[in-house]
Design a protein around this ligand. Structure first.
Ligand SMILES: Cc1ncc(C[n+]2csc(CCOP(=O)(O)OP(=O)(O)O)c2C)c(N)n1
Ligand SMILES: [Mg+2]
Length: 410
């Protein structure tokens, strides 16, 4: 006991640093189709091992296999592919627009497109997401106009939020997309509260909470689990584990719990892990969890195992903290390529049609961008009125704001 009396604390270290060889050998990937699909009213105590596995549908050959397969038609899968391709194309154009000085800030979804695009298709109109900045696929897959998203990014005269939010922090009640909070994790407990309110008012709409791996370290996450489990709130508790929280690897927030899903077990919440780069698996698990919420069976925690291929945001340079080739080494592949290969395997898609679709989608995105830019960009063209700053916050403008508005002459 040489150390008696000398206390230490432990700081988890990532496996690899820049310059090192990427290593994901510690990520255990179960075979596609190998995880059973329990009934939605299963006793949570009997499926605790699901918090340590990964539900997968698409195998390496591009086949959909196992008990979670078979929920989507070819048309729905083709539509899903189009949504993911649209999001990727949108991201590329907006990232470029940021570099051109047309907006101050942008955040991409590269590699994570399946999570939000597939989840949206499992929801019903009226359900409410409490998203983070990494779920724009919820809007794209619900048909929210790209022009409106771009107007928000440019904070121009047609910005639905009138320049009052950081670019990419969209909001659309009609599309079930609650205003994004820049203060991470606050939306998690709000989602549980919204779900409880929906139940209190005998409504049928459920809520979906969203959080990143790093943000689960915030106390709001844990408070949300307390309320969700105690009151069996009709909510799906989503954790998107994309391995990174800016420059902090997921091991810091995960700490001693084996997985993020395992955090739910102490609360008696059924907790699943799913291959976040597998459109079919994400959709099937989302459907399962959403059905549980809708049938008053309580919350489900879902961890999406994925990888943030791009930089955290337009202000970040990942080469400072992780090997450049790390995303290539990620064992779950790319969500678009995997769905594309599946559809080619099913003979409803071809390489040629894919290339053609890429070009068509890019054209649509560019057309939307032209339209948005006709309403202004960060430094050029139309802007929201200064007056907007004073409106839409209070039902009745308080005297001190009225005075300030008069002083500003608007
Ligand atoms: C309460 C709070 N703390 C810190 C930040 C700064 N911040 C913004 S994004 C981010 C990383 C979040 O990582 P994660 O939750 O894994 O989500 P990801 O970006 O990977 O999707 C941090 C620390 C913040 N916005 N709010
Ligand atoms: Mg993260």
């Amino acid at each position: 006991m040489a150390d008696a009396g000398m206390l230490r604390f432990h700081v988890p270290e990532p496996e690899v640093r820049p310059g090192g060889t990427p290593d994901f050998s510690n990520v255990t990937i179960p075979k596609a189709g190998s995880v059973p699909r329990p009934e939605v009213n299963v006793d949570p105590r009997t499926i605790r091992d699901m918090a340590f596995s990964i539900i997968r549908v698409l195998n390496r050959a591009g086949e959909a296999v196992g008990p979670w397969a078979g929920l989507l038609t070819d048309e729905e899968l083709l539509e899903g592919l189009r949504h993911m391709m649209t999001l990727r194309s949108f991201d590329a154009r907006m990232q470029m627009a940021q570099r051109q000085g047309k907006t101050s800030f942008y955040m991409q979804h590269l590699g994570e497109e399946a999570v939000s695009c597939a989840f949206r298709k499992a929801l019903q109109p009226g359900d409410m997401n409490f998203p983070t900045y990494r779920q724009a696929g919820l809007l794209i897959a619900d048909g929210y106009p790209m022009v409106a998203m771009m107007n928000q990014i440019y904070s121009n005269e047609a910005d639905p939020l009138k320049g009052r939010q950081l670019p990419i922090m969209y909001s659309s009640k009609e599309h079930g997309f609650f205003s994004i909070s820049g203060n991470l994790a606050t939306q998690y407990i709000q989602a549980v509260g919204w779900a409880m309110a929906s139940a209190i008012s005998n409504d049928s709409r459920i809520a979906a909470a969203w959080i990143g791996d790093g943000s689960t370290a915030e106390s709001d996450f844990h408070a949300a689990l307390v309320f969700a489990s105690t009151y069996k709130a009709p909510v799906v508790l989503n954790v998107v584990n994309n391995q990174w929280a800016i420059s902090t690897f997921q091991g810091i927030a995960r700490g001693g719990s084996g997985t993020f899903a395992a955090r739910g077990l102490g609360f008696g919440i059924p907790s699943l892990r799913v291959d976040g780069n597998d459109y079919l698996a994400v959709h099937a698990v989302a459907k399962w969890a959403i059905e549980r919420a809708r049938r008053n069976l309580g919350p489900t925690l879902v961890e999406y195992v994925t990888y943030r291929v791009g930089a955290h945001s337009s202000s970040d340079d990942p080469s400072a903290y992780r090997p450049k080739a790390e995303s290539d080494a990620w064992p779950l592949g790319d969500p678009i390529i995997r769905l594309k290969n599946h559809l080619i395997h099913k003979q409803v898609w071809t390489e040629q049609r894919h290339i053609q679709a890429e070009a068509e989608i890019l054209e649509t995105v560019i057309a939307a961008q032209k339209e948005a830019e006709s309403h202004g960009t960060l430094h050029a063209g139309g802007k929201p009125s200064t007056r907007d700053m004073f409106e839409g916050v209070y039902a009745e403008t308080p005297p001190h704001l009225r005075r300030q508005r008069q002083q500003a002459g608007v």
